[in-house]
Design a protein around this ligand. Structure first.
Ligand SMILES: Nc1nc2c(c(=O)[nH]1)N[C@H]1C(S)=C(S)[C@@H](COP(=O)(O)O)O[C@H]1N2
Ligand SMILES: [Mo]
Length: 191
C-alpha cells in the first residue's frame, strides 16, 4: 500500500453496519410515481418540471458509494442507479450567482447544499438501490444521494431543487445540525 492509500475508509466516530436503517423524521406524504414530478427552479436559465416519464428518459449511471449517517452508522459500497445531478443541472443551467441549492422533499423536509458539491459526479437522484426500484421507506420513487456529506443531506422523496444566491437552512440544519456536514471533519452538530 502506498501512503495515499492509507486514508481510512471509515470517517471518525462511525461504525459500519450491514443493515440499512430507515431514518425518517415525521410521517412523510409520498407522491405515487404517476403524480410525482421533479422541479428544478430558482436561479436557473431554464426551469424544469419533469414528470416520471420525462425523468425516465434521462441517462442513468450506476454509483457505488459509502454513506455515513450522523447517528454514527456507515454503510460501505452501496449500489444505486440514478441520474447524475450534472445531467439535471446541465439542462437547467444555473445562473452564476446560484451558489446554493435547497433540496425539498414531499412533506416537511429539506436540506441545504452548495451547488459545487452537487456537480462533478458527486451527487445523483436515485431511483434504484441494489438493482431494485427504491423502496418507499428509503425515499422511493426518487431520492437525492450526496455521499460526500452526512446522509441527512440526501433528501428522500425528492420533489424540488431550488437554486439560490442564499443559503436557506433545511430541516435538520434549522434544528442545530451542522450547516455543511462533512463526515471526515465530524461536522455533526453546530458548534
Ligand atoms: N424527506 C426526508 N429525507 C430524509 C430524511 C427524512 O426524515 N425525510 N432523513 C434523512 C436522514 S437523517 C438520513 S440518515 C437519511 C436516511 O435514509 P434511509 O432511511 O434511506 O437510511 O435520509 C435523510 N433524508
Ligand atoms: Mo441521519
Amino acid at each position: 500500500m502506498s501512503e495515499q492509500d492509507e486514508r481510512p475508509r471509515i470517517p471518525p466516530g462511525q461504525v459500519v453496519t450491514r443493515k440499512f436503517p430507515v431514518m425518517t423524521a415525521g410521517t412523510p406524504k409520498v407522491a405515487p410515481q404517476e403524480k410525482w414530478t421533479l422541479t428544478v427552479d430558482g436561479k436557473v436559465e431554464t426551469p424544469l418540471q419533469l414528470t416520471w416519464s420525462d425523468f425516465s428518459k434521462l441517462p442513468t449511471q450506476e454509483f457505488t458509494v459509502d454513506i455515513h449517517c450522523v447517528t454514527k452508522w456507515s454503510k460501505l459500497d452501496t449500489v444505486w442507479r440514478g441520474v447524475s445531478l450534472d445531467v439535471l443541472l446541465d439542462l437547467a443551467k444555473p445562473l452564476p450567482e446560484a451558489r446554493y441549492v435547497s433540496a425539498v422533499s414531499d412533506g416537511d423536509y429539506s436540506a441545504n447544499l452548495r451547488t459545487e458539491d452537487l456537480v462533478g459526479g458527486k451527487a445523483f437522484v436515485a431511483t434504484h438501490f441494489d438493482g431494485q426500484p427504491l423502496s418507499e421507506e428509503h425515499g422511493g420513487p426518487a431520492r437525492l444521494v450526496v455521499p460526500g456529506l452526512y446522509f441527512w443531506k440526501s433528501a428522500k422523496w425528492l420533489r424540488r431543487l431550488t437554486l439560490s444566491e442564499y443559503d436557506y437552512k433545511g430541516f435538520w440544519e434549522k434544528l442545530g445540525y451542522h450547516n455543511y456536514g462533512d463526515p471526515w471533519k465530524e461536522q455533526r452538530y453546530r458548534g
